[in-house]
Design a protein around this ligand. Structure first.
Ligand code: UDP
Length: 312
């Protein structure tokens, strides 16, 4: 049986990946130290004989018994608020954690997939962002801890590939949303949905004219699965090119939740990217993948999940 290790497996994306690999018939080892992940995201898998959970901080030496076919390194705080709260852990898991998981992949002869990010492009001067763009990142800004850790992680992954001939894959993940996001993780979609469901003010930062392009989580996990099984070593963008302003996103969520919330404007955090949209030509061509779930459908599924968990 194929065995896969997913670090950060109790997080938002990690737990959806655990589900995907269980569905595909793999044995899944999920590692997480619950800094930002939660047992709630994986509790439904605990009875499954092909699922094993290990509570561990992957910035330390990792021991796994038996063979491993794949390692997916998804451990990291991933929202701007989380990496402000845990700046050192964010840098450690992107650097030391990537080193340890790459070392494990080499020892086991496993294929390694790095969860990288559209943040490697920073506040981009090329739009939409294509994989060959090197980015515009402020290393000493508040987002620097995440952006630079992920850029370092990409460089280290390529070094293991080139020097040790390790089989590696790099996915650059763009804004993703869906069930299981934490209400308080500070990102736009969970913030707006939980505010709207409670008829509280919806907090738009800046004038709301900055754009993002949002991908439903099931589309993302399918793209990552295909990339893992492909032959592509260079980074691949996975995301939904459907771009909108944050103000329009706030309005849409208020409408879809039938909320009485009003929009209020708050200060824009520094280095907040002005635009973001993935160029997914490469993923389309190489992986025969493109997102299938449209925004309304995805947002409604997310709202349903939030309603259930918030008991509203
Ligand atoms: N944002 C906002 N209100 C919030 C949270 C976020 O207006 O309560 C904005 C944020 O400033 C950014 C965009 O929404 O411009 C997306 O932010 P998010 O934290 O979701 O992720 P990012 O794409 O910035 O990493």
């Amino acid at each position: 049986m194929k065995r896969v290790l997913i670090t950060g497996g109790a997080g938002f994306l990690g737990s959806h990946l655990c589900d995907k690999f269980i569905e595909e018939g793999y044995e899944v080892i999920c590692m997480d130290n619950f800094i930002t992940g939660s047992p709630d995201n994986i509790v439904h898998l605990f009875d499954n004989k092909r699922f094993k959970f290990v509570n561990y901080d992957v910035t330390n030496y990792i021991y796994v018994e038996g063979h491993l076919d794949y390692i997916l390194h998804f451990a990291s705080p991933a929202s701007p608020i989380d990496y402000l709260k845990f700046p050192i852990q964010t840098m450690k898991v992107g650097s030391l954690g990537t080193h340890k998981t790459l070392g494990l992949a080499k020892a086991k002869g496993a294929r390694f997939l790095l969860a990288s990010t559209s943040e490697t492009y920073g506040d981009p001067l090329v739009h939409p962002q294509v994989e060959t763009y090197w980015g515009n990142v402020n290393p000493v800004g508040i987002r620097g801890v995440y952006d630079e850790a992920k850029r370092f992680a990409e460089a280290l992954t390529m070094a293991y590939h080139r020097f040790h001939n390790l089989e590696t894959r790099i996915v650059r993940i763009f804004n993703t949303y869906g069930p299981r996001m934490r209400f308080e993780d500070g990102r736009a979609i969970p913030a707006f949905v939980s505010q709207a469901l409670q008829n509280k003010d919806v907090t738009v930062f800046g004038d709301g004219m900055q754009t993002r392009s949002i991908c439903y989580v099931d589309d993302l996990t399918e793209g990552i699965y295909r990339l893992l099984l492909s032959d592509e070593v260079e980074p691949v963008n996975i995301g939904n090119p459907n771009e909108l302003t944050i103000l329009d996103l706030a309005k849409e969520i208020i409408e879809l939740t039938n909320s009485k919330s009003k929009i209020i404007f708050e200060e824009l955090p520094s280095d907040d990217p002005k635009v973001r949209q993935p160029d997914i030509t490469k993923a389309k061509k190489l992986l025969n993948w493109e997102p299938k779930i449209d925004r309304k459908e995805g947002l409604l599924k997310t709202i349903e999940d939030f309603k259930r968990r918030m008991k509203v």
